[in-house]
Write a protein that binds this ligand. Structure first.
Ligand SMILES: [Zn+2]
Length: 387
């Protein structure tokens, strides 16, 4: 149906035959309405622009795109095969698409659809079931979808560096890229991508052990200065030089996940504390080289920020600062240092309801508590509705 060659999957909830019957039925109904059996608004709606709609292909493009925006991604693809007019309309108007539901034909779908969907801005190709995407599909995306801003290629185990080189050249407007769990990418390819995709704000490299090295992070810090969120979870080759490059190069950093980055030390955290004053979320699970020095640098960054630009704008000021900190298994930390961080950032909580300061596995930190669990403790924190 789609592209004259790709057969929709059996598990498609909205099969081709079902759709045909459905369309037939709706066409009969619409004729009845035009004939006056139904009256009022529905009849009026079928009389668009002075001409009566007799067939589905006559639906104005704007109306079709409005309908398409309300249905699921499978139905959009089925609809694009109804007639040439619909296909062209959808090609022109579709900006968001997810093919994550595909269990076996994702690669073929992308090869067929990419040349048609040149206006795509968001494309979700996560493969939870089994890896399907190959480099030729990503190359088809890069060759056709030049307006792409958000691409999810997570769990694409079959992809190689060829894909990243293609994206670097074809999709330089990317703001969000998720390649988590793709272990075959090299750090050279990520560095190359960073050089061309300088608008990146969100980058998920979780589990990309070979791709996320200090070498790659230096390139990201150098070229991608708008970066706000990066996930480097379980990238065990990441060290201080890489994280420090991010800290110096990406001053707008909001969320950084370094869980399982076992090589990093206090130097990384001090650089972040001094340069990334908008940092809201920091994951340091199992970073066992981290000591109290890092905690005091974070606590001190809050004091510095207090005299910053937000001082007079209280509401916005309250929103600034760390809201999530995971220091589970950071066994070298002591209670006074962690308490200092907790006191500096009112949004950090150890209480069960909010639990945004995560210290599990640190048995010596059980005395650390957020302000709201300490009787009679006064803080400048604005009371939160969740309490
Ligand atoms: Zn609390």
């Amino acid at each position: 149906m789609v592209g004259g060659g790709v057969v929709l999957e059996k598990d498609n909830a909205f099969g081709v035959e079902g759709l045909d019957i459905c369309i037939e039925k709706l066409m009969v109904e619409s004729k009845d309405r035009v004939a006056g059996i139904d009256s009022g608004l529905e009849c009026e709606m079928m009389d668009v622009g002075g001409g009566v709609i007799k067939e589905w292909k006559d639906i104005p493009m704007e109306l079709l795109l409005r309908i398409v925006s309300l249905v699921d991604d499978r139905t959009v693809i089925v609809a694009s095969g109804v007639c040439t007019g619909w296909r062209e309309a959808i090609s022109w108007g579709l900006t968001h698409l997810s093919l994550s539901w595909c269990k076996k034909n994702m690669n073929n779908f992308v090869l067929v659809l990419a040349p048609r969907l040149t206006k795509l801005e968001v494309l979700i190709l996560r493969q939870d079931h089994k890896p399907q995407l190959e480099d030729n599909a990503v190359e088809a995306i890069a060759n056709n979808c030049h307006e792409l801003q958000d691409l999810d290629l997570s769990k694409s185990f079959k992809l190689t560096d060829r894909s990243l080189y293609a994206l670097a050249h074809g999709c330089s407007d990317l703001k969000k890229l998720n390649i988590s769990g793709t272990s075959a990418f090299s750090d050279d390819a990520v560095a190359y991508l960073a050089k061309f995709c300088r608008k990146l704000k969100f980058l998920n490299l979780c589990g990309c052990v070979n791709a996320a090295t200090d070498n790659a992070l230096k390139a990201i810090g150098y070229y991608c200065n708008q970066l706000q969120t990066i996930n480097l979870g379980w990238c065990e080759k990441v060290g201080d030089p890489g994280v420090m490059s991010l800290a110096y190069g990406c001053p707008d950093m909001r969320a950084l996940d370094l869980c399982g980055c076992v090589l990093i030390t206090d130097e990384s955290i001090i650089a972040l504390a001094n340069n990334c004053l908008h940092l809201k979320s920091l994951g340091l699970y199992f970073c066992q080289n981290i000591t109290d020095r890092a905690m005091y640098s974070l606590a001190h960054s809050r004091v510095k920020d207090k005299h910053g630009v937000w001082q007079s704008v209280k509401n916005r000021y309250e929103e600034e600062g760390l809201m999530n900190l995971n220091i589970s298994q950071c066994t070298a930390l002591t209670p006074p240092a962690v308490q200092a961080v907790c006191d500096s950032f009112p949004s950090l909580h150890t209480c069960p309801d909010r639990h945004s300061l995560i210290i599990s596995g640190c048995l010596n930190l059980t005395s650390v508590h957020c302000a709201c669990t300490v009787q009679g403790h006064r803080s400048f924190r604005i009371p939160h509705s969740a309490h």
